[in-house]
Design a protein around this ligand. Structure first.
Ligand SMILES: NC(=O)c1ccc[n+]([C@@H]2O[C@H](COP(=O)([O-])OP(=O)(O)OC[C@H]3O[C@@H](n4cnc5c(N)ncnc54)[C@H](OP(=O)(O)O)[C@@H]3O)[C@@H](O)[C@H]2O)c1
Length: 440
């Protein structure tokens, strides 16, 4: 049997500790599959005294992750600390610059520095694998980077944040408010104490920026994403969506258009009968639409120690199986030097269906006035309904819900602004984009 592949793991938290345990427990089976043993020779974390549930007494300990990356013993540096800055950035850069393969689960790092790191890896002839960075255990990186080579991708979209999907699912199933569901997600450990990064869509945006690059061959543009979170979604939106045959999901969507690439993260209405609408709770899903294959939907665990470690393990096994001198898969799907500048499509030019919910004073002619502003802006309506909440007081505010046929976002914004100027709205109107799978 060939020599052992020697790995150093920086970060022994949820993912790192799961990975270390699996590598120890499955040592023989992995050696048989990969043709060589995989051996942990060094680790790094902040607290040396913390019990990680595994015996690391014979493994070298490094307080400094960069020093671990510099260690001449290791063939692979596994980065599981997280964060776009140091020490993750410095340590990964150090390892790659030395020609040491890197495996990471760190989407924040790749979103910020992916092109630079890919360039170093390619110059140094080593691998930078990151399957766990997007949608946890779902093998979407491999699908886009390798399996779909030759396809032209037109759209990639998905549910890539389990916390948001858990909250939206619970709101719908139990009729609870956003705040109540967020509290429950925090109690169960699905949401961080500071949940802003998840619920405002930033985590999904990091992941989407990586998928966009793999799908369309542009430089990663994580700061160039249209972003709306889910904190503004009310139980009234969810109920109205359900009445109309839709479910609300936080989607990340990247789509090629005539004017550039749309990269957007926002609450989205999807047809209730579509497969992606059935993806509940913390589960993730990624859909890829391409010309040769057609539609591909991958659904699975997007987070958690084991699911994420499974993807990291697959990346390490790929390195263990690779032969020295063999052609390497480009880190970002094509040579980093050939990635094109990102050309952003304006969100105002987005073409699609819209759900609009507005609360209006109960005045004569309001309904017709709303319909009139839609028509003036060339918006064709799939449905328009009006109802009052309790059907008792004649003068209480009414809710008007519109669903448009595919139209330009700019027209919707202009119509809503004109309606707002009329002065009969009670509160802000809610506008949610509708996304339809190609086949729906
Ligand atoms: N958890 C998931 O479900 C999941 C899913 C997909 C991707 N990921 C990604 O996987 C990575 C790890 O996530 P995680 O959930 O395992 O994080 P975590 O539980 O917070 O663990 C982070 C680990 O990094 C160590 N660490 C932090 N700062 C360090 C430093 N300056 N020097 C050395 N070690 C340091 C910590 O040490 P101590 O233990 O001593 O504090 C801890 O062991 C992140 O990039 C995350 O985005 C996680």
């Amino acid at each position: 049997m060939a020599d052992a592949l020697k790995i150093g793991i920086a970060g022994l938290g949820t993912v790192g500790a799961s990975l270390a345990r699996i590598l120890v427990e499955r040592r023989e089976a992995l050696a048989a599959t990969c043709g060589r043993p995989i051996e942990i020779v060094a680790v790094s974390a902040r607290d040396r005294t913390r019990d990680r549930g595994i015996d690391l007494s014979r493994v070298a300990w490094f307080d400094d992750a960069v020093a671990l990356a510099e260690n001449s013993q290791i063939d692979v540096f596994v980065e599981l600390m997280g964060g776009a800055g140091d020490p993750a950035y410095a340590a990964v850069k150090t390892a790659l610059s030395r020609g040491v393969h890197v495996v990471t689960a760190n989407k924040a790092l790749l979103a910020a520095h992916g092109v630079e790191l890919a360039t170093i890896a390619e110059e140094r002839g080593c691998l930078l694998n990151y399957e766990a960075a997007v949608a946890g255990g779902i093998p979407v990186i491999k699908a886009l980077r390798e399996s779909l080579t030759g396809n032209t991708v037109s759209r990639v979209y998905g549910i890539m944040n389990g916390t948001c999907n858990y909250i939206l699912t619970k709101m719908e199933k139990e009729g609870l408010s956003f705040a109540e569901c967020l509290k429950e997600a925090q109690r169960l450990g699905y949401a961080e104490a500071d949940p802003a990064f998840d619920i405002e869509g930033n985590d999904t945006a990091h992941k989407l920026s990586i998928l966009t690059t793999l799908a369309f061959g542009n430089k990663i543009a994580a700061d160039d994403i249209y972003l709306e979170g889910i904190s503004n979604i009310s139980i009234d939106d969810i109920r109205a969506a359900a009445d109309l045959g839709y479910r609300i999901k936080l989607l990340g969507v990247a789509q090629r258009t005539d004017t550039g690439i749309e990269q957007r993260v926002h609450p989205t209405m999807v047809p209730i009968e579509s497969e992606i609408a059935q993806v509940d709770g913390v589960t993730n899903a990624v859909a890829i639409e391409s010309d040769i294959l057609g539609e591909l939907l991958m659904v699975g665990p997007g987070a958690g120690g084991n699911a994420t470690a499974s993807a990291v393990l697959g990346d390490i096994a790929d390195i263990a199986k690779s032969r020295p001198g063999a052609q390497m898969v480009p880190v970002l799907g094509r040579p980093a030097a050939t990635l094109e500048p990102f050309k952003r499509a304006q969100i105002r030019k987005h073409h699609g269906g819209y759900f609009i919910r507005m609360t209006v004073e109960d005045r004569a002619g309001v309904f017709a006035n709303v319909a009139g502003h839609m028509a003036e802006n060339g918006i064709s309506l799939e449905s328009i309904v009006q109802h009052s909440k309790h059907h008792t007081e004649a003068a209480e505010p009414k809710t008007i819900i519109l669903v448009t046929h595919a139209t330009m976002e700019d027209s919707v914004r202009r119509a809503v602004a004109a309606i707002t100027r009329e002065g009969y709205l009670a509160g802000e109107p809610q506008v949610i984009r509708i996304e339809r799978p190609k086949s729906a």
